[in-house]
Design a protein around this ligand. Structure first.
Ligand code: KG4
Ligand code: ZN
Length: 337
C-alpha cells in the first residue's frame, strides 16, 4: 500500500511517499527556517503563505523521486493537528483535494503519533513495550508504547512537562544568549566549545515522578548570565544542555525500569541533539535495553513519519471523512494506566 503524505504543521513543508508504513520511497522536506530567522521564531501567517507557495512543487518532487503517479497510490494523508491552524489548513486542504480528485481515501494524522511512529521506518522490528521520550518544540512527553487488543498500538502517558517543552527551553535560552534561531542546533554548536560542568544549573523534579519542568532552568540561566556578565557563553550553553539532558535521561531510564520496557526510543526535534542521543545509548548499553534512536532527519518534522502512521491508522480505523476539520490542539489518543 503506497501513501502520499503531507506535513505542514509548523515551518517545514514536507511530502513523502511511503510503502506499507515501513519503506520510504521518497521524503522531501523544505525548511522555512531562513524565512523566520529574522523574526527569532515562527511567524504563523508567514508560515502558511510559504506552505501555500511551496507545497505543489514539494508534492511533485516526492512523487517524481518515488517514481509514482496517482494510479500507484492507495491513499493521501496529511497532518491534521496539533500545529498552527493556518499551516495545517494548507496541507490538509491540499491532501483532501488530491484524494478527492484521484478517487483515493484521505487519512488525517496526529503529528505526535507521527513522531512516535518515525522509529518504525528505520527499525521495522521495534519491540514493544518501549518507552518513548518525545521531545519537540511544543511537547515533552514520556510515553509507553505497547501492544493492545487486536494488535493495536496503545500509548500510555507516563509524564509530561508542566510548563515549557524541552525544545522551547532550548529556543528561549538561545534567543536570550543571542545565538539565533532555531535554538536547539545553535545551543548544541555553542556547547561544543564549553564545559558541561562549568555551572550547576538546577535539575527540576529530578528523581521525582515522570513529569518535567524547564521554565525554572531558563530563568536560572537568565539570572546567572545577568549576574555574571563576563561569563563564557559556551560554558553556559554546555551547562544548560547538560541540565536538560540529565533530567530527560534520568526519567526515561527510570520509566523503562518501572514499565519493564525492552527498549528506549527517542523522537521529536530535540532528539536530534547529539549529547542526548549519546547518553540514551549509554543508558541502554548499561541497562541491557535496545536503543531506537532515529536518524536526525527522522527526529525533526518530516512527512515520511506521517505516511507511516497513516498506513497504520487506515488499517486500524479506515479513512478520515473529507469534512473532518484540522485540530490545532489535537491530543494523542491515550490509554489510561
Ligand atoms: O519536532 P520538531 O522538528 O517540531 C515540533 O513539532 O516542535 O522540533 C523542533 C524543536 C525546536 O525547539 C528545536 O530547537 C529543537 O527541536 N531542536 C533541537 C535540536 N534540533 C532541533 N534541540 C536540541 N538540539 C538539537 N540539535
Ligand atoms: Zn514535530
Amino acid at each position: 500500500m503506497k501513501v502520499l503524505a503531507i506535513e505542514t504543521s509548523c515551518d517545514e513543508t514536507a511530502a513523502a511517499v511511503v510503502e506499507d508504513g515501513r519503506s520510504v520511497l521518497s521524503s522531501v522536506v523544505s525548511s522555512q527556517t531562513d524565512l523566520h530567522a529574522t523574526f527569532g521564531g515562527v511567524v504563523p501567517e508567514v508560515a502558511s503563505r510559504a506552505h501555500l507557495e511551496l507545497l505543489p512543487a514539494i508534492v511533485d518532487e516526492a512523487m517524481a523521486r518515488a517514481k509514482a503517479g496517482p494510479d500507484d497510490l492507495d491513499a493521501v494523508a496529511a497532518t491534521i493537528g496539533p500545529g498552527l491552524v493556518g499551516s495545517l489548513l494548507v496541507g490538509t486542504s491540499a491532501a483532501k483535494a488530491y484524494a478527492w480528485s484521484w478517487g483515493l481515501p484521505f487519512v488525517g494524522v496526529n503529528h505526535m503519533e507521527g513522531h512516535l511512529h518515525a522509529a518504525f521506518l528505520e527499525d521495522p522490528e521495534l519491540c514493544l513495550p518501549t518507552v518513548v521520550l518525545l521531545v519537540s518544540g511544543g511537547h515533552t512527553m514520556l510515553i509507553c508504547m505497547q501492544k493492545g487488543r487486536d494488535d493495536r498500538i496503545e500509548y500510555r502517558l507516563l509524564g509530561q512537562t508542566i510548563d515549557d517543552a524541552a525544545g522551547e527551553a532550548f529556543d528561549k535560552v538561545a534567543r536570550f544568549l543571542g545565538l539565533g534561531y532555531p535554538g536547539g542546533p545553535a545551543i548544541e554548536s555553542a556547547a561544543a566549545g564549553g564545559a558541561p560542568d562549568a555551572i550547576a544549573f538546577p535539575r527540576a523534579l529530578a528523581g521525582r515522578g515522570y513529569d518535567f519542568s524547564f521554565s525554572g532552568l531558563k530563568t536560572s540561566v537568565v539570572r546567572y548570565v545577568r549576574a555574571n556578565p563576563g561569563v563564557n557563553l559556551a560554558d553556559v550553553a554546555a551547562s544548560f544542555q547538560e541540565a536538560v539532558v540529565d533530567v530527560l535521561v534520568e526519567k526515561v531510564r527510570r520509566a523503562a525500569a518501572a514499565t519493564g520496557a525492552k527498549a528506549i526510543c527517542t523522537g521529536g526535534g530535540v532528539a536530534a541533539n547529539t549529547c542526548l542521543r549519546e547518553r540514551v545509548k549509554l543508558v541502554c548499553e548499561s541497562d541491557g535495553l535496545v536503543a531506537f534512536i532515529p536518524s536526525r532527519a527522522m527526529c525533526t518534522d518530516n512527512a515520511a513519519m506521517i505516511g507511516a502512521t497513516a498506513w497504520y491508522r487506515l488499517r486500524a480505523d479506515g479513512p478520515t471523512p473529507l469534512g473532518a476539520p484540522v485540530s490545532p490542539n489535537l491530543r494523542l489518543p491515550l490509554v489510561l494506566s
